[in-house]
Write a protein that binds this ligand. Sequence first.
Ligand code: F6P
Length: 340
Amino acid sequence: MRGFLLIPITEFWFDLQLMKRIGVFCSGGDSPGMNACIRAVVRTGIALDAEVIGIRNGYQGMLDGDFIRLNSGSVSNIIQVGGTILKTSRCKDFLQKEGRAKAAKKLREEGIEGLICIGGDGTYTGAMLFEAEHGIPCIGCPGTIDNDLFGTDYTIGFHTAVNTAMEAIDRIRDTAESHARVFFIEVMGRHSGHLALQAGLASGAEGIFIPEKTNEMQLIVQRLKNRKRKKAFSIFIVAEGDEEGRAFEIANEFQKSFPETETRVSVLGYIQRGGSPVPEDRILATRLGCEAVQFLLKGGKNMAAGIIGNQIQMTPLQETIQKKKDVPLDIWAINELLSH
Ligand code: F6P
């Protein structure tokens, strides 16, 4: 569904408005750009004559009634700041029906009529159940560095995480060359290889290992064995996959084929979750936050805002959770083609 045009705000618009007080919160892993999204949600809500209540610590804050009235000044000077001023959490209680009932009661006591949730698939799952059981509409904004959410080309935080990973990889390249070592650098992404693919291509990696492929080692070893131009050092990027530390397994397997090489492993970890958001994330977050509020205030529910082909799209939460966003395997192939 195409997003709302930002038409000049007219009386017609206010007459149709169905909601006067909305809540906004972040949930799950934080990501750079969440603050830009919060800023857009608050400023759009106020521009459309709604009150915006910040819910701290994600779903846990909803359960605790940890609310704060936000105004334009509350979100000044945060567009460039990583993390989230509302904090976030991974709340197990909300996964229980009783927890959701308690949260609904707190929201009703606060007069909150609808929600903007900024987070990943876990956040969307909670929002969908919440609306089904308590009729409180929720519009999602995709906030995660993993970029694994269906319904949007990119998620808020992904571009910044790619940039952070690339800059770290560039630094490691210096010492790899100095010591003629083969590095296996692990990036985040949970079960997806989006981060690894983009960071790998951007940093000129020798090879990329992602959960979505199973034969990289065989292909890479074969290519290296046949390589004419001997290289003194190499950089491989490894997506963490199911759990942190997968790069150590990959390095050990590689060493069996090339016992003469000196390998090292570097797990980038949580630096990928922080930092000042790059322009792409600030702009993405702002556009999504603005559209999500407009859609909610007009009576929308159970949808996630996204940008596909540079166009705002609303996708049912159910779809964003159930459908898997394919990784661009052409990026893996291009990187292989250029690594010789
Ligand atoms: O989902 C974002 C993410 O950073 C993943 O890439 C990573 O595997 C996970 O969160 C780490 O979770 P936590 O912040 O709970 O340690």
